[in-house]
Design a protein around this ligand. Structure first.
Ligand code: NAD
Ligand code: UGA
Length: 315
């Protein structure tokens, strides 16, 4: 089975490729153009374990300009992860790449998929489509994104839906919830906090730190995402992929202090617009459709990310 993963050099994409290649029946074609918040060098090192793999092919290409019909030739499964991530940086004058990479690239890929015998087109969406919610959120909850980023990702979902309705593209949408672990993007909270504390710099907290997230460890995220291939009755479905544990930013910082044995001054900065106070995934649909069962505790996951940050920055 031939699988295309867009955004293959990214945080989640590189782990997903590794997970898929563990199945001897899968051949993986990864495509990426090295853009977004992560430096190229970090992205290239995300590919280190993959490039030598005999069933992996990497194509450096921009979905906005590449011949996508050719790219989709012979492909059975598409995982569309390529995009411009990050809630906070989607404000301001740099919104253009959110529109082009999250909306236009998705439309072009769907357009190219129209007459292809693709079995599943799996779109990586986000908890950011829900907006402010109290309690656990199921996929049927009303959608009201708070950030420009969330709007572009929701538009991607809507594009998938209309291409499915009009052209029978077998879309499955997965909504990820704040993913963390080795190779996490350097703009994300845990990466920043761990690097800051190990370097003896102050930790920057947006708001009072009582905001909570459904933090999802990367191996749980890609386990659930990979399971979509074999799952029955998922076409047309939208599925939350959440984590094992929720926590506040303040809880996370205390745990990082314990695990590193270091303390750092805490700098409380103004809350950034567009961030929900809480996220909390109802994962019962993923559980019933393909037995999704996130396993990694925040403590164990953070310990693995700390090891990664130490090695990346030689700290
Ligand atoms: P990432 O930036 O590490 O990976 C995205 C990759 O897509 C990058 O390597 C980038 O170069 C590539 N890309 C962007 N535009 C492209 C284009 N036009 N052509 C080819 N490649 C392109 O981000 P990530 O954290 O791994 O997120 C992956 C996906 O999951 C994104 O779509 C993001 O919106 C979504 N998501 C992530 C999280 C999270 O917590 N990380 C949560 C919810 C949803
Ligand atoms: C993450 C990803 O970056 C988005 O791409 C993704 O779509 C989103 O998850 C999602 O689940 O929808 P976010 O929840 O903001 O977004 O993830 P983090 O960067 O890990 O931030 C978590 C919390 O820490 C946020 O409340 C943020 O305000 C806070 N934070 C972040 C700080 O207090 N200080 C920092 O230096 C960074």
């Amino acid at each position: 089975m031939k699988i295309l993963v867009t955004g293959a050099a990214g945080f989640i994409g590189s782990h997903l490729c590794e997970k898929l290649l563990a199945d001897p029946n899968y051949e993986v074609i990864g495509v990426d153009t090295f853009t977004g918040p992560t430096p190229d060098q970090m992205k290239k090192s995300n590919l280190t374990g993959l490039e030598a793999h005999p069933r992996f092919t990497f194509i450096q290409a921009d979905l906005l300009t590449f011949d996508l019909e050719k790219l989709l030739d012979g492909i059975h499964i598409v995982y569309h992860l390529a995009g411009m991530p990050g809630v906070r940086s989607s404000w301001g004058k740099d919104f253009g790449p959110y529109v082009t990479n999250n909306i236009v690239a998705t439309q072009l890929l769907l357009e190219a998929a129209k007459n292809k015998p693709i079995e599943k087109f799996i779109y990586a969406s986000t908890s950011s489509v829900y907006g402010e919610k109290d309690g656990k959120v199921a996929e049927s909850a009303p959608l009201s994104p708070l950030s420009p980023y969330g709007i572009t990702k929701l538009t991607g979902e809507y594009l998938c839906n209309v291409y499915q309705k009009s052209y029978n593209i077998p879309v499955v949408t997965v909504r990820f919830f704040t993913v963390y672990g080795p190779r996490q993007r350097p703009d994300m909270a845990f990466h920043r906090f761990i690097a800051q504390i190990l370097k003896g710099q102050p930790l920057t907290i947006y708001g009072d730190g009582t905001q909570s997230r459904d933090f999802t460890y990367i191996s749980d995220c890609v386990e659930g995402t990979a399971a979509v291939i074999r799952a029955q009755k998922v076409i047309g479905e939208t599925i939350n992929i959440g984590g094992k544990e929720r926590a506040t930013v303040n809880d996370v910082i205390m745990l990082i202090e314990t695990l590193t044995g270091k303390k750092a001054p805490l700098v409380y900065l103004p809350k950034i617009s567009g961030e929900p106070k809480h996220t909390w995934a109802d994962i019962s649909k993923a559980r019933s459709l393909f037995g999704y069962d996130p396993k990694v505790s925040l403590r164990d996951g953070l310990a693995m990310e700390i090891e990664y940050i130490r090695s990346v920055y030689s700290l």
